[in-house]
Design a protein around this ligand. Structure first.
Ligand SMILES: NC(=O)C1=CN([C@@H]2O[C@H](COP(=O)(O)OP(=O)(O)OC[C@H]3O[C@@H](n4cnc5c(N)ncnc54)[C@H](OP(=O)(O)O)[C@@H]3O)[C@@H](O)[C@H]2O)C=CC1
Ligand SMILES: [Mg+2]
Length: 342
């Protein structure tokens, strides 16, 4: 009801509204309406565009070395569903993931129940594992597909109420699911993770897990435990993984991270005492960890960001790609070194 009144007011005063509010505010208010009101959302689905997935792999087109995520119009969607003899209502399974500056809504839809190869040849592209394409995606596509995949995965794994065992229903935008039996509302979840670049004033500490690409080192990361503050998580993870005590820390930025599930990566810098830098690697968590000088870091950034085998069989240092927030932390650390007197 609130959203309907709101929309009426919006229509009557739209020119005033446009003058009063920035594009950003208009977009956010519009997305809020779509999440609140299934009727408005249904209309938006009939004029919006769709990002397609197949069992959580996004539909992409490869242009040179880059991947692009095509937006499929509602007309194309309906024609394709017709070819599969599917009801157009399948469009309502989609989830809202954003909108354009002109308030045209974007949705994501998983077509996992349909034959993959037929859709691929129909739309001339391919469903590609997100992990494979993530670092070659166009600027705006990576965060959009990352949150779309997380939302689709959450709906796929929350079909039933954990209290009553009854099926849950999603609202049209997909911003929640409701158990009709007892009214419990479930909201999409993500796990908070801290990622910390530890410095001793002149070197930074990087580590690798056995699953990382050869030669790749990154900042220390770890999931927040229930009840912890971010500061406590940073201190605990640094102590657990490399046996050091953090003296001070500060927040840098955050990023949604789709692997292995939906995480909110909260990036921090931390300092340890220059006299207390002896690392003791927790081999259950990490394969290796080490201190790296500014020169070593600059040299690694100067190389191609891919594993490079050296003559002795080891791999040269390779740093996280620019989309990963760890990359940003390392870049900030470099700037800090330049601005700090030796
Ligand atoms: N952007 C980047 O550069 C980097 C990103 N990351 C990301 O940071 C995240 C956390 O890093 P990681 O070092 O693995 O974390 P942790 O150091 O916390 O260790 C991972 C272990 O924690 C347990 N765990 C606790 N809570 C969760 C949860 N909510 N989800 C999954 N596992 C949990 C699991 O143990 P068990 O399975 O035994 O129960 C898991 O093996 C990952 O998503 C990883 O992809 C990590 C490094 C670099
Ligand atoms: Mg870790």
């Amino acid at each position: 009801m609130r959203a309907m009144i709101y929309q009426g007011v919006y229509r009557r005063t739209s020119s005033l509204w446009c003058r009063l509010h920035s594009t950003y505010v208009r977009k956010m208010r519009y997305l809020f309406e779509l999440k609140e009101d299934d009727g408005i959302c249904r209309k938006a689905q009939n004029s919006g565009t769709f990002y397609l997935f197949h069992n959580l792999s996004p539909f992409l087109k490869k242009v040179g070395s880059k991947y692009l995520a095509p937006q499929i119009s509602v007309a194309e969607m309906k024609s394709m569903l017709g070819k599969f003899k599917q009801n157009e209502q399948m469009i309502e399974d989609s989830v809202l993931i954003g909108c354009s500056d002109e308030c045209m809504a974007y949705f994501a839809l998983d077509l996992g129940s349909l034959e993959k190869s037929v859709i691929e040849s129909e739309l001339k592209g391919s469903f590609t594992e997100l992990r494979k394409a993530f670092f070659q995606l166009d600027g705006k596509d990576a965060p959009l597909l990352s949150s779309a995949q997380a939302l689709l995965r959450w709906h796929d794994t929350h079909q039933y109420c954990s209290k009553t065992g009854q099926p849950t229903q999603k609202n049209l935008a997909g911003s929640k699911r409701v158990c009709r039996t007892n009214g419990i509302i479930y909201y999409p979840q993500m796990s908070p993770v801290v990622i910390t670049l530890v410095s001793d004033g002149s070197r930074c500490l990087l580590a690798r897990q056995a699953s990382f690409p050869k030669g790749m080192y990154s900042a220390l990361a770890g999931f927040c435990d229930v009840g912890e503050t971010l500061e406590e998580t940073v201190r605990r993870e640094v102590a657990e993984e490399v046996g050091l005590e953090v003296e001070s820390l500060w927040y840098s930025a955050s990023q949604h991270w789709p692997f292995p599930n939906s995480s909110l990566m909260i990036a921090c810098h931390a300092m340890v005492q220059p006299q207390q830098t002896k690392i003791s690697v927790n081999k259950l968590e990490l394969e290796a960890a080490g201190w790296f000088s500014l020169e070593e870091i600059m040299e690694a950034f100067g190389r191609e960001p891919k594993p490079l085998k050296q003559e002795d069989g080891s791999f040269s240092l390779c740093l996280p790609p620019k989309w990963a927030i760890a990359h940003q932390l390392i870049q900030e650390w470099i700037k800090l070194q330049a601005s700090t007197p030796a």
